[in-house]
Design a protein around this ligand. Structure first.
Ligand SMILES: Cc1cc2nc3c(=O)[nH]c(=O)nc-3n(C[C@H](O)[C@H](O)[C@H](O)COP(=O)(O)OP(=O)(O)OC[C@H]3O[C@@H](n4cnc5c(N)ncnc54)[C@H](O)[C@@H]3O)c2cc1C
Length: 607
């Protein structure tokens, strides 16, 4: 029977290529969803010493084929060795990097072992019902995103582009087996002889590793004009990259192309200058922590993925920006990417704000973001801050890492609590989640992975829940002899009803995102790579309305839910009346409607 997730670990000059670590991180999520192991396969000569490192980065087992013939990559011997390993172990899934080696090797292996191959994937996940690997890749020139399954053959195989997946954090406590497989080679295995290896002299920077990219497109105009981008990149300690137009026009080297047929990049700061934001370009840069777009055309699609947009001529703006950065640096002011910014005093939470949206990230990925008292205290302090900050209209709550939103409470901490301390912890968590629920801001949960126990309760404390198709929901407390105590028994039954809440709590069954959608536990399910974009778009949509009216509606719903229907109507009546105040948004909204003009809610001074 086929089982386990196998990764082909690519090495060049006996150095593990980064894509191998990225695939190990991804394989860990997939293997967890399947309840299986991650096996790293490494071919080469004198490569055994890398085994421990691969385990620290997520492999449960390492298989090494060590032979002098495998020193440099050669199609035939590599195909023979890897085929032998895979045929002896019958994996469920095999993943390769979509590098020149992976793109040569993977199709040969697929043909040898008579299975399919999905090339150049940008996302992978396990279908919770069928347990099939869902392989996402752009299709028809990037105009469609296809999700491909390999139903009838094993293993399910995919190549994944470098830079798309995230490696796990190195964990020195991880343990695993390192085994060797001997493969007997003869002369017939090597039809090609390597006479000499001439290393390519790298004239260009490695844009995949760059922390800051100043990227130019057609709007830059000519090769000469890229000097201005270079100057800005230099003061930001970054690199220059470009859209395909910049490469096809001969302004930049092919290695510097960002996008579907170029490189996938994940810098802390991406400055898109004179780039329209075609889907094929965005596919390569949308995971940047912070995107600043400079474009003459205010309707350019790039502004849809930008955290900050500057409408104007890049030839005017870039020199000024470079000068401003120089001056700031001279004064000792240094740049920190907003998403990496951490508020002073917070250990388990990342918090930053941008354009009226606050992002709160539970940041304990090694512990699957489990809630402990410190984390709850920190959420509480952020909620206190938000209550007084009317510049922030929407809060997005998410979990760090690719695997969990919040996978429960920290049981190791709870185990030692006395009866009284147990009561206090529940009261505290209930208080924090209630504060979150009643914030003036609209709170969106971006559920990127496991939302279990306290995690599901945290998601329910948010106003709207958007789930990645990889997310899983559950209330497993009765497995531990506990009941949900962070608002779960009350909120879950109000949200999904008596039957479904009891089913979830009594059986502890984990629900897939689709099932959670069906019972009304989440509002939408989206592909993992589209989760943050969907949440941000939703936030912007909400912010484009009368936020004053939205906040009153939120209060009316929240307060009314705790009341008998007719008492709830009285609450609604009070808030409706507030909209008619001179300082309410109702006057401006209705007048604008009658005058057939867009309402300007910011004109109205709020009481
Ligand atoms: C199969 C396939 C694969 C592809 N792969 C890639 C890929 O990997 N990467 C990629 O980038 N593209 C790729 N493309 C091409 C992609 O579809 C777009 O054509 C390309 O990204 C457009 O590049 P651009 O944004 O530089 O140019 P344009 O779309 O022409 O946009 C130029 C922008 O510059 C702005 N502008 C002009 N002058 C100024 C100024 N002075 N100041 C400020 N703004 C200004 C304009 O308003 C405009 O928005 C692919 C296409 C296909 C079909």
């Amino acid at each position: 029977m086929s089982k386990d997730v196998f990764i082909f670990i690519e090495q060049r000059d006996n150095k593990i290529q980064r894509v191998g670590y990225e695939l190990l991180g991804e394989a860990n999520s997939l293997a967890q969803d399947l309840g299986q192991k991650v096996i790293a396969v490494m071919l080469g000569s004198g490569v055994s010493a890398h085994g421990e490192e691969l385990i620290r980065y997520g492999a449960d087992e390492v298989i090494v084929v060590d032979h002098p013939i495998l020193k440099e990559y050669l199609t035939e011997p590599y195909t023979k060795a890897l085929t032998a390993v895979l045929q002896s172990r019958e994996p469920e899934i095999v993943l390769f990097g979509a590098t020149s080696i992976g793109r040569d090797l993977a199709p040969r292996i697929a043909a040898r072992i008579k299975t399919g191959l999905t090339a150049d994937c940008t996302a992978l996940s396990i279908n919770p019902d069928t347990k099939l690997l869902m392989m996402t890749r752009p299709a028809f020139g990037g105009n469609l995103i296809a999700v491909i399954q390999c139903k009838n053959h094993r293993p399910q195989m995919a190549t994944v582009r470098p830079g798309v997946m995230q490696p796990m954090e190195r964990d020195d406590t991880r343990k695993g087996n390192i085994g060797h497989v001997d493969v007997a080679f003869d002369e017939t295995d090597q039809a090609v002889e390597i006479l000499e290896i001439i290393p390519k002299i790298k004239k260009t920077a490695d844009i995949v590793q760059a922390k800051c990219l100043v990227s130019g497109g057609r709007g830059v105009g000519c090769s000469e004009n890229f000097k201005v981008l270079r100057s800005l990149a230099d003061v930001l300690d970054g690199e220059v990259s470009g859209s395909r137009v910049a490469i096809d026009s001969g302004w930049l080297d092919k290695d510097l192309q960002v996008g579907q047929t170029g490189k996938t990049v994940r810098p802390e700061l991406y400055l898109a200058c004179g780039i329209s934001g075609a889907i094929q370009h965005v596919a390569g840069m949308e995971n940047a922590n912070c995107v600043i777009a400079i474009n003459k055309n205010e309707t350019a699609p790039i502004f849809g993925v930008a955290d900050l947009g500057i409408v104007g001529d890049l030839h005017v703006i870039l020199p000024k920006l470079t000068e401003a950065v120089k001056q700031a640096k001279a004064k000792g002011i240094s740049y920190t990417a907003p998403a990496a910014q951490q508020h002073v005093g917070l250990e388990n939470i990342l918090y930053h704000t941008q354009n009226g949206i606050a992002y709160l990230t539970i940041n304990r990925p090694q512990q699957l973001n489990a809630l402990n008292i410190k984390t709850l205290t920190e959420i509480d302090s952020i909620a206190d801050k938000l209550q007084k900050d009317d510049s922030i209209k929407v809060l997005i709550v998410r979990g760090a890492g690719g695997r969990a939103f919040v996978a429960g409470a920290d049981i190791s901490q709870m185990r030692d609590l006395s009866e009284e301390q147990g009561r206090e912890m529940s009261l505290m968590a209930q208080g924090v989640f209630d504060k979150l629920k009643n914030l003036p801001q609209i709170v969106i949960a971006a559920v990127n992975g496991y939302a279990l126990g306290g995690g599901n309760e945290l998601a329910m404390a948010c106003d709207i829940r958007i789930a990645s198709s990889r997310a899983k929901f559950g209330q497993p407390e009765v497995n531990l002899g506990l009941i949900p105590g962070f608002t779960g028994t009350q909120r879950l039954s109000r949200l999904v009803g008596d039957g479904d809440s009891k089913r979830m709590i009594f059986t502890t069954d984990m629900l897939s995102a689709e099932e959670a959608l069906r019972i009304g536990l989440v509002n939408a399910v989206v592909a993992p790579e589209g989760l943050m974009r969907t949440c941000r778009d939703l936030a912007l949509k909400i912010m484009s309305k009368s936020i004053y009216a939205i906040q009153l509606a939120k209060r009316s719903i929240n307060e009314g839910l705790a009341l008998e229907f007719h008492q709830g109507l009285l609450v609604e009546n009070d808030y409706w009346t507030e909209c008619f105040k001179e300082t309410g948004d109702g006057r401006e909204g209705m007048t604008a409607f009658v005058e057939k003009r867009p309402a300007d809610f910011n004109r109205v001074e709020k009481s």
